[in-house]
Structure formats: structure tokens, C-alpha cells
Design a protein around this ligand. Structure first.
Ligand code: ADP
Length: 163
């Protein structure tokens, strides 16, 4: 058996302390973790793929086994190319379960060797989502408790520009 390489896919629009908590847990569990940033223009992200990658790179510098890459196309194809056998997803609450379960089984049907592993963040982050952080920031609320400092700055400049 080779090394256990895992991929943690998502939009990360933007990166939150919830995502970082999952990344840190994965970094302790697997030899290598690739954070895969989905370049899904259909979701009309606030931040470009490059900006989302830069945010994650800045905040994971202290974790030697983490790398960040763009995902184009199917997750299972990306995982195959990167020789990753594990997909990591975060589970916050029961509400995440149905969609995550469906996706895990779809991915298994596309690539039976790929295992999905669910990690649960620290309780403080179970209510956090990128969507709610963006909403609060757009309405001028303080998001310093939810995202790293550099992300707060990036959100501020986006929201000022949008006004
Ligand atoms: P997607 O657009 O694919 O849902 P996200 O960037 O929202 O991507 O999330 C990527 C993954 O991180 C998903 O598995 C999601 O459940 C998980 N996640 C998002 N926010 C949190 C959080 N606060 N705590 C733990 N996991 C989270």
C-alpha cells in the first residue's frame, strides 16, 4: 500500500473556521491532504477560484501535508488523477446528511475504490457556513469570529466594492 492521500473538495467561498477545523483534523489523520477548490461558475461565487485558493494557502502554511488545487470537472476524475483514495466531507448537522449521503453513494458508484470519510467540526462551528458568513458581511455585520483575519479583509473589500 502507498501513502494515504485524501482530497477535501468544496467551494470555500470563502474559507471559514469550520473548513479550517476539518482541514486540521484531516491533516492529523492522513499522510497527505489535497484541498480541492471547485471552479463552479454555475454557483456564481463571490471570490474567484484563484482568490479562494490563495485564502486556503495563506491559512494552511503551518500544515506541511496540505496542498491546495483547483478541481475542474468530476471529483472522481480529480481523485483518480491525484491518486487520492479518500474524499473528506464535513458534517455539521442532520441537515447536511441527505445531500452528503447522496453524493457519497454517487461517487462510489462512479469509482468504487474511493471512500468518503465524514469529519465533524468543533461544536462552535456547526452553525457556520460560507453562505451565512457572506450574508452577514454584505449587511455590514462583524464576521471576525467566523473567518480568519485575512478573509475578513477580503470580505470587507468585496462588500465595499459591491455597495
Ligand atoms: P460545497 O459548496 O461543496 O457545499 P463548501 O465550501 O460549502 O462546499 O463546503 C465544503 C465541505 O465542508 C462540505 O463537506 C461542507 O459540509 C463542509 N463544511 C462547510 N462548512 C463547515 C463547517 N462549519 N464545519 C464543518 N464542515 C463544514
Amino acid at each position: 500500500m502507498g501513502i494515504t492521500r485524501a482530497v477535501y473538495p468544496g467551494s470555500f467561498d470563502p474559507l471559514t473556521f469550520g473548513h479550517l477545523d476539518v482541514i486540521r483534523r484531516a491533516s492529523n489523520l492522513f499522510e497527505e491532504v489535497i484541498v480541492g477548490v471547485a471552479s463552479n461558475d454555475a454557483k456564481a461565487p463571490m471570490f474567484s477560484t484563484e482568490e479562494r485558493i490563495a485564502m486556503i494557502e495563506e491559512e494552511t502554511r503551518d500544515m506541511a501535508n496540505i496542498s491546495v488545487r483547483k478541481i475542474e470537472g468530476l471529483l472522481v476524475s480529480f481523485a483518480r488523477e491525484e491518486k487520492a483514495m479518500v474524499v473528506i466531507r464535513g458534517l455539521r448537522a442532520v441537515s447536511d446528511f441527505e445531500f452528503e449521503f447522496q453524493m457519497a453513494l454517487m461517487n462510489r458508484s462512479l469509482e468504487p475504490r474511493l471512500e468518503t470519510v465524514f469529519l465533524t467540526p468543533k461544536e462552535d462551528y456547526t452553525y457556520l457556513s460560507s453562505r451565512i458568513v457572506k450574508e452577514v458581511a454584505q449587511l455590514g455585520g462583524d464576521v471576525t469570529k467566523f473567518v480568519p483575519k485575512a478573509v475578513v479583509e477580503r470580505l470587507r473589500s468585496k462588500c465595499v466594492r459591491a455597495k
